[in-house]
Write a protein that binds this ligand. Structure first.
Ligand code: NAP
Length: 245
């Protein structure tokens, strides 16, 4: 599965590149590498303070705008209707783009109803191709079902989100995983169970995690600043895990 169809017909790559905690000074180079390797989705946010460098990399890559799926996110301080419209304009100007593919409410706090109405308007106006949320529980998500295409939630081997996955599937909303490697914490890359599975396929633990998520229908956006890892994290379609694995 290399692309997912969102509930409004928009196609979204199932593997993207996350740029959270990549310094401004490193972002352009990392994104250029990712695009070179073949990634066609970049996940940034106003609160990552690197939208400008993401935009520069996309332009410098020479790829047509429509071939790169760009996600950004609205930060909580802008969760009033007019503030949200202004914040969206700022993100667009930082990115140097005239539309965003996927725009998400970054946190389930504050006046997210007002912010959502602003996103719906921007979507209606064609300035965003799809709208969604991140870190929303199933219950809160129910308030914002209409037009909602994606819920980006923390998902990795130590937080598998089985219930949310079933709920989102039933509701036709795409489940996207943030921190698929648990930010590299909890000894994830040396976990014995994951290492055994990786050895059985001649792949890395990272590839096994991403493939496992992908086979569950979950979109992934791993982050790395190292070219070998950026490549490794993209090459997950040449093997298949069994149900037991
Ligand atoms: P992550 O992707 O789970 O893990 C990144 C860590 O793993 C980094 O330390 C990276 O180090 C290391 N790593 C990457 N590939 C590796 C590999 N193949 N082998 C060994 N180590 C590897 O963490 P994340 O950045 O928190 O999550 C990914 C993306 O999700 C973010 O960039 C962001 O776009 C999104 N996100 C969203 C939210 C939200 O609230 N919606 C929250 C968190 C994250 P190096 O860079 O040194 O390789």
């Amino acid at each position: 599965m290399k692309e997912m169809r969102l509930n409004n017909g928009v196609m979204m790559p199932s593997v993207g590149f996350g740029v959270y905690q990549i310094a401004k000074s490193e972002t352009k180079q990392a994104v250029l590498q990712a695009l070179e390797v073949g990634y066609r989705m970049i996940d940034t946010a106003a609160s990552y303070f690197n939208e400008r460098e993401v935009g520069e990399a996309i332009r410098e890559s020479g790829l047509p705008r429509e071939s790169v799926f760009v996600t950004s996110k609205l930060w909580v301080q802008d969760y009033e209707y007019d503030d949200a419209l202004r914040a969206f304009d700022r993100s667009l100007s930082e990115l140097g783009l005239d539309y965003i593919d996927l725009y998400l409410l970054h946190k389930p706090y504050g006046n997210y109803y007002a912010a959502w109405r602003a996103l719906e308007r921007l979507h209606r106006e064609g300035r965003i191709r799809a709208i969604g949320v991140t870190s929303f529980s199933n219950e809160r998500l129910q308030d914002l079902f209409l037009h909602n295409a994606v819920n980006q939630i923390e998902t990795h081997p130590f937080q598998q989100q089985q219930d949310a996955n079933a709920f989102l599937k039933a509701e036709g909303i795409v489940h996207e995983a943030w921190s698929p490697f648990a930010e590299g914490q909890k000894g994830v890359f040396v976990n014995p169970v994951l290492k055994d599975i990786a050895a059985a396929h001649g792949k890395s633990v990272a590839a096994v995690i991403l493939r496992w998520l992908n086979q569950r229908g979950v979109v992934v956006i791993p982050k790395s600043v190292r070219e070998d890892r950026i490549r490794e994290n993209f090459n997950i379609f040449d093997f298949r895990l069994t149900d037991a694995e």
